[in-house]
Design a protein around this ligand. Structure first.
Ligand code: HEM
Length: 638
């Protein structure tokens, strides 16, 4: 009996092995036939969970064997190889290449011409929605849909991203920037002159959450040092009070924080009924947060409905009211017997799904840009001084409460403030690559005057932003002042975005609408360097580009300008010397100690890990915000 079992098992193994060898040879032949440079891998995975498993188990296992250090293929098995190794290994292959294994054929591009074609041919190159299932925990949504389903949802959410909404983001960005400073000043050991902040990521996350709640949902939020009376008549139990609504464990803010944490991955691994029976606290806490969050979403949606019924619809500038309106209008059409409402509205499940996705996609991304901008400016004091001088030139001595969206936003965006925003997104984009899939037949693309073919039948495509954004082909550069590299494309140099002559308005801006959105006035006749199409991809491009791009740009511009108008940021060097010791130091000694802090901060930023977006895990970079004029390292500017 045992020998029969053994025979059956060995036959199965041999069959599988032979099959794999045949498909690998076929994939290699395909790559050769189409002249695509390739790397062979034993396996490659896509999707948040599967690629996390490779990153957490397979690669660390290989690293246990020192002889694998010089092997190239494990580097390409890393789902985030472009961030991890930047240009190091990719440069062997040129602007595009294929990674293939017995059961997969993936195409990666760091070429602007290719990216622009792929991103704009939506039906040829679809979104691999199966890898976004995890964001369906609150219902179906635009991020995880494709085809007509996506088109319908996108048409409904887009009008919310209007100039009226951007203006609201502007006001909130300015006021929340101030409130974050007040919160820091209120903490023990800090004052309005000098604030110690151990981890800016936590507070930029709170700030971004407040802005998405305020401008996205119409629910103002308060900082821990603020009193609920600051909410005036906009105080709603649980939605923005310090205590949860009756019968709930968490407030809206707390439940949002949990529901968007990496723990959410459990809901993608196990069905809900399994998690409900799980003895682990982490699973029970996650489900409780999910349930509370769903309760608050429903409350919020009901609130928008009531508001509409009271006839206040015209005043609504948030992103959720258009979803509710579309669903109510479709219901009305249905009730009147005029038919096909499902082609126009959203189901209740889609309203909660999209509410969550707007929050999820818009919160952490923007918070990260602010966090890394702060750190880069603390490292690069000369750039910070240039930023402050531009802010002073634009807003003078006017208080931030009087800065206008129409004029000041445009001017700040086209100055070093916009330079810092673009440079941070260039170096460390929160979304490191844009995935696509070719489900159909062979597709042709033109590149550098040649035609290349992309095989079909489920070829995954990765448009890799981190390496693309470091290409000498697309970005102005000079020799690095930080390393011995002959270009500074790995360094934070926001000045590279400033140019003397304004750009002509881009083609699509001359139409009244961009992707269904109103023209954003601050980009028309902008003077910042404008990379060619497909070369700058933090927000993706084409019909599936981020609808929240302007929301994020306005938010970051407002917060940076309001903070740096009054304060400077410096790395906290107390890990090496006390304040008293520092006061007695010569300029050279101060330069040395600051260099240590810069070096440590650069290393920690480079070590950022992908947890939905790039984040510094573990040790953080402590900083100090000091009133302008009170800087300790003002004389060190490079
Ligand atoms: C710096 C901040 C941001 C970055 C870097 C960013 C980046 C992106 C990228 C790359 C995509 C395309 C993803 C893909 O195709 O796989 C995307 C989609 C999306 N983003 Fe953003 N985003 C940002 C801010 C925002 C904000 C503030 C909002 C909302 C308030 C938002 C809402 C969305 C939504 C709803 C989608 C899905 C669109 C669709 O598939 O139709 N994003 N974002």
């Amino acid at each position: 009996m045992i020998s029969y079992l053994f025979l059956a098992f060995s036959s199965y193994l041999v069959y599988t092995l032979v099959n794999r060898v045949i498909s690998l040879r076929r994939n290699i032949a395909l790559a050769n036939a189409w002249g695509l440079p390739y790397v062979v891998l034993p396996l490659q995975e896509v999707g948040i969970i599967r690629s996390a498993l490779v990153g957490l188990f397979v690669l660390p296992f290989l690293r246990l064997f020192p002889f694998t250090e010089n092997w190239i293929w494990p580097k390409f098995m890393d789902p985030f190889t472009h961030w991890r190794y930047l240009r190091k290994y990719i440069s062997n292959f040129g602007d595009y290449y294929v990674t293939l294994s017995p059961n997969s054929f993936h195409f990666a591009s760091i070429n602007a011409e290719i990216n622009a074609q792929i991103a704009n041919r939506r039906t040829d190159f679809e979104k691999p929605v199966e890898i976004y299932k995890i964001v369906n925990v609150f219902g179906r949504n635009t991020l995880s849909s494709d085809g007509p389903d996506w088109k319908r949802q996108r048409k409904i959410i887009s009008p919310g991203f209007s100039e009226r909404n951007n203006a609201r983001v502007w006001e909130l960005g300015l006021s929340q920037g101030q409130k974050m400073l007040e919160y820091w000043a209120s903490k023990e050991g800090s004052s309005v002159i000098e604030m110690n902040v151990g981890n800016t990521a936590l507070d930029t996350a709170t700030l971004a959450l407040h802005i998405i709640c305020g401008a996205g949902f119409g629910i103002p939020q308060i900082w821990p040092n603020e009193d609920e009376s600051a909410l005036g008549d906009k105080k709603w139990a649980g939605l923005n009070t310090k205590k949860p609504a009756e019968g709930h464990k968490l407030t809206f803010k707390e439940s949002l924080v949990s529901a968007t944490s990496p723990q959410i991955i459990w809901l993608g691994i196990f069905p809900e009924w399994v998690l409900r029976k799980s003895p682990f606290k982490v699973h029970q806490k996650l489900l409780a947060a999910r349930d509370d969050c769903m309760f608050y979403f429903k409350e919020l949606i009901e609130q928008k409905r009531r508001y509409r019924r009271l006839g206040h619809e015209q005043d609504a500038t948030d992103l959720i009211s258009p979803l509710v309106k579309a669903s109510d209008d479709a219901e009305l059409v249905k009730a009147e017997g005029k038919g096909a409402s499902q082609d126009e509205g959203l189901t209740e499940d889609e309203i909660t799904g999209n509410t969550f996705v707007i929050m999820f996609a818009g919160h952490e991304t923007t918070a990260n840009v602010l966090h890394f901008s702060f750190l880069f400016l603390a490292i690069n004091l000369a750039a910070q001084r240039h930023l402050q001088s531009d802010i002073d030139d634009i807003v003078g001595t006017r208080p931030s409460s009087s800065w206008s969206y129409q004029v000041d936003m445009r001017n700040l965006f086209n100055s070093m403030v916009g330079g810092v925003l673009h440079e941070t997104l260039r170096i460390i984009p929160p979304v490191v690559h844009v995935p696509k899939i070719n489900r159909g037949g062979l597709k042709q693309l033109s590149v550098d005057g040649k035609t290349i073919s992309i095989p079909g039948n489920g070829t995954y495509i990765h448009l890799e932003s981190t390496t693309l954004h470091r290409s000498r082909r697309y970005y102005p550069y000079s020799p690095s002042k930080v390393t011995d590299c002959s270009d500074d494309l790995d360094d934070f140099v926001p000045e590279r975005w400033l140019q003397k002559t304004p750009n002509p308005p881009p083609e699509e801006m001359s139409n009244k609408q961009v992707d269904g959105l109103e023209v954003a006035s601050f980009e028309v006749h902008g003077s910042l360097f404008r990379p060619i199409k497909g070369a700058y991809m933090p927000f993706s491009e084409g019909p599936r580009a981020c609808p929240g791009r302007r929301f994020a740009e306005v938010e970051v511009t407002a917060v940076l300008a309001s903070v740096f108008k009054q304060y400077s940021i410096e790395l906290d060097v107390r890990m090496w010397v006390s304040d008293e010791e520092l006061d007695k130091m010569s300029k050279e000694q101060k330069r040395d100690v600051y260099a240590k802090a810069q070096d440590r901060a650069r290393k920690l930023i480079r070590g950022s890990q992908m947890m939905f977006t790039l984040k510094i895990e573990g040790d953080q970079v402590p900083v100090r915000f000091v009133k302008r004029g009170k800087e300790r390292f003002a004389d060190l500017e490079e």
